[in-house]
Ligand binder design. Structure first.
Ligand code: NAD
Length: 279
């Protein structure tokens, strides 16, 4: 029987710790504000943005909301980021992605001051992660490290396979596992023999973006399986990249969808905001 890694409980635990930390920082006269920018009104983005604002309110951080119309130009968005970069009252800036197609996403990411880049997407913060310096780390992979550690899962010396090489999940995930002394393999769309590769993994982290792609055939008996995917199945129920019912009896520990990796992303965003508040 696999241990179910409870992201809901662990994320709540982290938010409660942060809430206490914010209260004591406030007692020292330190304040925090997160600027949350959304361009256009994509319904999924609006849900994410609202959840982030709610989390801010819970832990005691002020959120400053900028809801810009779809037709906002790149220059206007860059001007707002510049203003917030120079505003001492703002310690975190978040632009909800994706931005509309007429805006260059890379340009936006690079415009945010690395000291306020609570998403951890700026090349300077990514570079710090590569060379092992302290900086903001992308929230979903950072949350997965917390899930493993707080579930007492040993990482050091383990074979870890990360499926996916995106800039926000796969690559930073692999680097964080390396930092924790795992032996790391990154698999991607051009990888051959994916099944054999995955069968070697003690820890399998799946960020492939394909509903229920990973079946029991990919999983070694007793492996730890972390499912990053979020999708809706034919019955409109949430599901992940892993075929949960099939993999559950094979794994020693597994994250459910929902209630696994998902809630950790916002908890780690709050963690980054508090880190920037204490600096
Ligand atoms: P992405 O589409 O950018 O990346 C998918 C990766 O999978 C790519 O690097 C690709 O090379 C690899 N891939 C595709 N097909 C493959 C195959 N057949 N074999 C091996 N590798 C293959 O996606 P992403 O942004 O990294 O997100 C991955 C999943 O995680 C998505 O389902 C996304 O919705 C979800 N996600 C969840 C959270 C969260 O908070 N839970 C956060 C970010 C992303």
């Amino acid at each position: 029987m696999a241990q179910i890694i409870d992201g809901k409980r662990i994320s709540q635990e982290i938010k409660d710790e942060l809430r206490e930390k914010v209260a004591s920082l406030k007692a020292e006269g330190k304040e925090a504000a997160l600027a949350v920018i959304q361009v256009g009104c994509d319904p999924a983005s609006s849900v994410y943005v609202n959840n982030k604002k709610k989390a801010c309110a819970y832990i005691g951080i002020e959120s400053l909301s900028y809801e810009l119309p779809e037709e906002t130009t790149e220059a206007e968005l860059l001007a707002l980021i510049d203003k917030l970069n120079n505003d001492n009252a703002v310690n975190g800036i978040l632009v909800q992605l994706p931005v509309p197609a007429h805006i260059n996403e890379d340009k936006i990411i690079q415009a945010i001051s690395p000291e306020k880049d609570v998403d951890g997407f700026h090349p300077e913060n990514v570079g710090k992660l590569v060379i092992g310096e302290e900086g903001f780390v992308s929230c979903t992979p950072a949350g997965i490290i917390q899930l493993l550690k707080r579930s007492d899962i040993e990482i050091s010396g383990k074979n870890c396979v990360v499926i996916g090489r995106s800039n926000i999940v796969g690559k930073p995930m692999a680097l964080l596992m390396l930092r924790e002394n795992a032996t790391v393999t990154i698999a991607h769309s051009k990888t051959q023999n994916l099944k054999e590769l995955c069968k070697n993994a003690d820890i399998l982290i799946v960020a492939i973006g394909k509903p229920q792609y990973i079946t029991a055939e990919y999983v070694k008996e007793g492996a730890v399986v972390i499912d990053v995917g979020i999708h809706r199945d034919a019955a409109n129920k949430l599901c992940g990249d892993v075929k949960y019912d099939e993999v559950f009896p094979v794994a020693s520990a597994i994250t459910p969808v929902p209630g696994g990796v998902g809630p950790m992303t916002i908890a780690m965003l709050m963690n980054n905001c508090v880190a920037s508040m204490s600096r």
